[in-house]
Design a protein around this ligand. Structure first.
Ligand SMILES: NC(=O)c1ccc[n+]([C@@H]2O[C@H](COP(=O)([O-])OP(=O)(O)OC[C@H]3O[C@@H](n4cnc5c(N)ncnc54)[C@H](OP(=O)(O)O)[C@@H]3O)[C@@H](O)[C@H]2O)c1
Length: 338
């Protein structure tokens, strides 16, 4: 089967950083689905891993990519949720080969049915970021998706990126008042279109902008961009007894004690935790993706797909990584077809 892989961890302008390879087609066992991948999207995890081990040479090609939409080709003997021919979308597990391959194995418990109203490319934009934002809000911050916390305020740091773009929509559906950051005319327009009530410019101090929006503090903060860089601002802006979630690993120690005076809590969200540890509630990712599909098909959520950059091959994937590494993409970049 066709796949795109690395054997060395190189800068993206090196043509050897991602290469086209031919790999054996895998076989489904246990709870695995074998999926024929039709579209993938790129995420910062791809570029972070691609740069993570300079000097190391892999003995066999390593396939990256943790977002796919495709069709179930075959199922393992313990599969109960899907059958061959089903259209699915999912992010997969960081412990296993990625989705940048014609055929891909994934545990049924972390797969959702693809939204019927979306193309494969539009669907591939969603899973990793929807799981991240959904788990961050509903599992880590304890926000009720059905509106019990209606009217509470949420600051999203990094509103126009992949995660922010779906997060704004999920927060609006939960009834929150959403303040999202964006620093450019295009990204500001994008987050406004997705439903942010207020847009703050993260290139400028946040406190005066929050006050101009009529608030002294916010009930929740979701940091989707830089934990260390916004730590002091988050300590300042969070309401006493409020809750912060961050999805970005800090570069160094953070001053947790600074939150004690406010009895504010901080939670970490890693979308891969459930699959990495095989937690008892791993199937929650299946449920969340099915819920996202239902919301999309009923017109209440929209895809965050921004652009399809070409077919799934090394050249287009190198282009997608290069775009993502600018840190300035809006929504999601997708590759579709082989
Ligand atoms: N823990 C997890 O499970 C998990 C899951 C997904 C992603 N992540 C991590 O979360 C981060 C965001 O992921 P993503 O997919 O949303 O990234 P992305 O799509 O690459 O984000 C791009 C956006 O970031 C904004 N941005 C750039 N610099 C910023 C700054 N200093 N302050 C605030 N916003 C800034 C830009 O907005 P402007 O153009 O308006 O400046 C741009 O629209 C990455 O570090 C990723 O690795 C973690």
């Amino acid at each position: 089967m066709k796949a795109v892989a690395l054997t060395r961890y190189l800068p993206i302008n090196d043509p050897a950083s991602l290469v086209d390879v031919d790999l054996p087609k895998p076989t489904a066992a246990g709870q695995d689905l074998l999926v024929r991948v039709e579209a993938v999207s790129v995420n910062p995890v791809d570029t972070k891993i691609r740069r993570s081990r300079p000097g190391v040479v892999e003995s066999s090609p390593r396939v990256l990519g943790w977002d796919a939409a495709g069709v179930v080709e075959a199922v393992g003997p313990e599969v109960t949720l899907f059958k061959p021919g089903d259209e699915v979308f999912y992010a997969g597990s960081i412990m296993r080969p990625g989705t940048n391959a014609e055929f891909h194995l994934v545990d049924q418990r972390i797969v959702g049915r693809k939204p019927r109203s979306l193309s494969f490319a539009e669907a591939a934009a969603l899973p990793l970021t929807a799981l991240t934002a959904g788990e961050a809000f509903f599992d880590r911050l304890g926000i009720d998706p059905h509106g019990a916390h209606c009217g509470r305020t949420l600051l999203i740091i990094g509103g126009a990126g992949g995660v922010g773009s779906i997060a704004i929509q999920l927060a609006r559906l939960a009834g929150l008042t959403v303040l999202a950051t964006a620093s450019r005319t295009e990204s500001r327009a994008w987050v406004e279109k997705l439903g942010a009530h207020h847009v703050l410019d993260h290139a400028k101090p946040l406190r005066p902008q929050l006050e101009a929006a009529g608030a002294k503090h916010v009930d929740y903060i979701a940091n989707f961009t830089d934990t260390d860089g916004y730590w002091d601002a988050m300590v300042d802006l969070i309401r006493p007894q409020g809750r912060i979630v961050t999805i970005v690993e800090p570069r160094g120690p953070v001053a947790l004690g600074a939150l004690m005076g406010k009895s504010a809590s901080v939670a970490w969200e890693l979308m891969f935790t459930r699959s990495m540890f095989g937690t008892d509630d791993m199937i929650e990712q299946h449920r969340l993706l099915d819920e996202v599909a239902a919301l999309v098909d009923s017109g209440r959520l929209r895809t965050t797909h921004a652009e399809t950059l070409g077919p799934i091959n090394a050249a287009s994937l190198r282009g997608a990584h290069a775009r993502l590494e600018t840190g300035r993409t809006i929504g999601k970049l997708v590759l579709a077809g082989w």
